[in-house]
Design a protein around this ligand. Structure first.
Ligand SMILES: [Zn+2]
Length: 93
């Protein structure tokens, strides 16, 4: 694949940087006492399983793709349209 873009462009306004040192890959419930678990649901149909646009950057030291930037754009695969994320608290048990 040609290297057409020599420099990484700056993320657009509204994008958020992903903390590389703390990806959300911890086991479920690992931080349950500190932060209540949440889910994101679709503002249209209420379904879980939202996806967002993101940039992944290759790490030569880790030898894997790492998410570096999350964009605001979200998509619902249940109603198949762009949506906004609604925070939905998860109940324990
Ligand atoms: Zn939906």
């Amino acid at each position: 694949m040609p290297r057409a873009v020599p420099r990484k462009p700056a993320p657009p306004a509204g994008a958020s940087q992903v903390a590389l040192s703390s990806p959300r890959t911890a086991p479920l419930g690992a931080a349950a006492d500190a932060t209540p678990p949440i889910d994101y649901v679709c503002e249209h149909c209420g379904a879980p399983g939202m996806t967002r646009d993101a940039w992944a950057e290759w790490s030569t030291t880790e030898q894997r793709w790492q998410l570096t930037t999350l964009f605001d754009f979200a998509f619902c695969h249940m109603c198949h349209r762009p949506t906004r994320l609604v925070v939905h608290p998860l109940r324990k048990g």
